[in-house]
Design a protein around this ligand. Structure first.
Ligand code: NAI
Length: 336
């Protein structure tokens, strides 16, 4: 394996705990990575006076690949989301979130294998909000462009083709949001014609949510706008056993940042009980991106073995193992 240099952002809350666990597994697997440690969010605010220091941005620009733990965002007031700002700064337009049934993890649905593609830079996350004191009226603008829609939808079709997937479902609300969601749907229908080998359907978001919890096995790839994608990805995580299990990648033309779907989980932070699987699988997506497919596969197999055996599990999966004990069990498999 070639040596790689990767920016590492442990984040806050459970971030540093799951990051430590993932580094332990990667080391046991023999991953040759030089980590460039960087702070973000409230920790960076204390030491650098800003939640997003220049040194962090420069590191990502230089290395072009980052592994990131969750970073908390203050609710209603305080600094703007570091996560959203990073995605916009580096134009990471494709948020890829695969939710797959894992061996040994019992859920209501035995056969889920859904890859969600969330547009990551536009929509209601464009950050255009205002409040009129006189009218006591708050407004948010959803911005959807033809170019932004084209590139995420094309990304989803290309991914489907390369990964042997059969169907793309486009989620929208074009019956009500005729211009914004309407544009996204129109572009989706146009692009679908270029990919006759991949089935295409569209569904109104509320109906899709209902169908997902009734028959998730009938869905393959889903492509949608920013806010719908954010909500749908937590829903899909719930189908396969929870947020502790689902990885993600934020991909642009120049840079890619890999992070779990979950947040900083303040309710369990500092207790060494978070499940590191989501960040570990994000790290395996990163290894594949770096061309280290075999190593990624070895790590996934070791993870699957430990989950299948079921003796060592974190509390979210009904066990009593700590974050680090779970990581140690995977590392042991890798060094056997
Ligand atoms: P959350 O994802 O942090 O937690 C939701 C629930 O899932 C909690 O009950 C938590 O204990 C559980 N959970 C999450 N990850 C887990 C894991 N690895 N193992 C076991 N259980 C896990 O969502 P919440 O509470 O809405 O957000 C907390 C903070 O995280 C907020 O400040 C939010 O802005 C931030 N956030 C950051 C993200 C990022 O950095 N990409 C993504 C989502 C939220």
């Amino acid at each position: 394996m070639a040596r790689h240099r990767v920016t590492l952002i442990p984040g806050d809350g459970i971030g540093p705990e799951v990051t430590r666990a993932v580094l332990h597994v990667l080391e046991a697997a023999g991953a040759e990575i030089d980590w460039d440690w960087q702070q973000a969010g409230s920790a960076a605010l204390e030491t650098h006076g800003t939640p997003l220091p220049d040194s962090l941005l420069e590191s990502i620009r230089r290395n072009r690949v980052a592994l990131k733990g969750p970073v908390s965002t203050p609710v209603s007031t305080g600094f703007r989301s570091v996560n959203v700002t990073l995605r916009q700064t580096f134009d990471l337009y494709a948020n890829v979130r695969p939710s797959r049934t894992l061996p040994g993890v019992l859920t209501r649905f035995p056969e889920v294998d859904i890859v969600l593609f969330r547009e990551n830079t536009e929509g209601l996350y464009a950050g255009i909000e205002s409040y009129d004191e006189n009218l006591e009226l708050a407004e948010a603008v959803a911005r959807i462009s033809r170019r932004g829609s084209e590139r995420i939808i094309r990304f989803a079709f290309e991914y489907a083709r390369q990964h042997g997937r059969r169907k793309i479902t486009l989620a929208h609300k074009a019956n009500i949001l005729k211009k914004t969601s309407g544009l996204f749907l129109e572009v989706g229908r146009q692009i679908a014609r270029e990919y006759p080998d991949i089935a295409f359907e569209d569904k109104i978001i509320d109906n899709l949510c209902m169908q997902l919890v009734m028959r998730p096995e009938t869905f393959d790839c889903i492509v949608t706008t920013n806010l719908f994608g954010d909500i749908l990805s937590d829903l899909c995580a719930g189908l396969v056993g929870g947020l502790g299990l689902v990885p993600g990648a934020n991909i642009g033309d120049e840079v890619a940042i890999f992070e779990a779907v979950h947040g900083s989980a303040p309710d369990i932070a500092g207790q060494n009980r978070a499940n590191p699987t989501a960040l570990l699988l994000s790290a395996t997506m990163m290894l594949e991106h770096l061309g280290e497919r075999e190593l990624a596969c070895r790590i996934q197999n070791a993870l699957h073995d430990v989950l299948r055996e079921g003796r060592i599990r974190t509390p979210d999966l009904g066990g009593t193992a700590s974050t680090m004990q779970f990581a140690e069990a995977i590392a042991e498999r890798l060094t056997k």
